[in-house]
Design a protein around this ligand. Structure first.
Ligand code: FMN
Length: 338
């Protein structure tokens, strides 16, 4: 039976994942090339408690010992705890080895990617392809559980295609195999990122599952987070794209769940300030040349909604110098404050 949404909201700020107590029911969902240390640090500035996550780390790549490639993905600070490291792959022994390396590196939780829809990934049997091979998925969870002392979680979709929606049985199997929590992206693999996330589809999962379940997909505002919890009947929500340009979103959702109050979104001045911080942190991590290219993907989100956004976006993405980007950002502030 669905609880009264308000009662549910009031009772859901703490989630126990194995032996880790997370004092928040709102989590960051992993995004490759996006949820790196600089972005996580920005989110942590606002939310001291939410569960953060790295982007997926390929177990096979990790074994190849290419420190330069892995260093940036695995970089983190202790203030990010609780921090899940996500791994991808399809060979139980490799996944176990990768999990051990990451647990030794300081992960609070190991999350297993069973939802990535990208062709290159699924053609190798990784990501959402694991929903078609539930026995392998189960063996992976068991092997990873045996290898580490920290909690192990899984992230998957509704199923591979609309006709193969096996999330219910899959969730049960994951729990039986030892998963300490799960996140369900409420789309099928075939949908990739199109259409809308079907939160209602998973509303019955919690009746059968005793570990925490996070609903994921299309939560971009406090209102959508509330609706997602009400419709999915889950313990928490995991937000990915919604944090782009609004690293304070998780905090606003948490605040709403705790108090019922909807906080205002940051002003343009604050948003530009956050973007500057984001760029500076990326430069510290990657060096100016690489960072200035890397941050281009973030500009549209931070300047969304302002007058002449397309013009500024065009100017920003062509710029390779940090001081020049700062100058454009100051021009935006100057013009918008008039
Ligand atoms: C650019 C991008 C990269 C992603 N990388 C990962 C990843 O590394 N691991 C993963 O489990 N999901 C990944 N996802 C999926 C998200 O975690 C999430 O399930 C999906 O975007 C739906 O949630 P949202 O609507 O809140 O964005 C990625 C999504 C995007 C857009």
């Amino acid at each position: 039976m669905n609880q009264n949404p308000q009662q549910k909201s009031e009772g859901i700020h703490k989630i126990r994942i194995g032996n880790v107590e997370v004092k928040s029911c709102v989590a960051l969902a992993p995004m490759a090339g996006i949820t790196d240390m600089p972005l996580r640090q920005l989110i942590r500035k606002f939310s001291s408690d939410c569960l953060l996550t790295t982007e997926m780390i390929s177990s096979e790549m990790l074994m190849q010992n290419r420190p330069d490639e892995h260093e940036k993905i695995m970089a983190y600070c202790k203030n990010e705890y609780p921090l899940a490291f996500q791994i991808s792959g399809h060979k139980p022994f490799m996944m176990a080895k990768a999990a051990k390396i990451l647990a030794d590196k300081g992960a609070s939780i190991i999350d297993i990617n069973m939802g990535c829809p990208v062709k290159k990934v699924v053609s190798g049997g990784d990501g959402s392809a694991l929903m078609k091979t539930p026995q392998i998925a189960s063996d992976i969870v068991k092997a990873v559980k045996d290898a580490v002392d920290i909690p192990v979680t899984v992230k998957f979709r509704l199923g591979y295609t609309a006709a193969e929606q096996n999330f219910f049985e899959f969730a049960k199997l994951m729990e039986e195999s030892g998963a300490d929590a799960m996140t369900i992206h409420c789309r099928t693999r075939a949908q990739m990122y199109s259409g809308t996330a079907d939160w209602k589809a998973i509303s019955t999962v919690k009746k059968e599952i005793n570990v925490p379940v996070f609903a994921n997909g299309d939560v971009t505002t406090v209102e959508t987070a509330k609706k997602c919890i009400e419709e999915s009947n889950c313990d928490g929500v995991a937000i990915a794209r919604g944090v782009l340009g609004q690293p304070d979103l998780i905090h606003r959702v948490e605040h709403y769940f705790k108090t019922g109050e909807i906080l205002e979104q940051p002003s343009l001045l604050e948003k530009i300030g956050l973007l500057k911080e984001h760029i500076q942190a990326e430069i510290e991590l990657r060096g100016e040349k690489v960072a200035m290219q890397f941050v281009r993907k973030f500009y549209p989100y931070y300047i969304r909604g302002i007058r002449d956004a397309a013009v500024y976006r065009g100017a920003l993405v062509q710029e390779e110098s940090f001081p020049k980007v700062m100058k454009i950002l100051d021009t935006i502030l100057d013009k918008e404050s008039k």
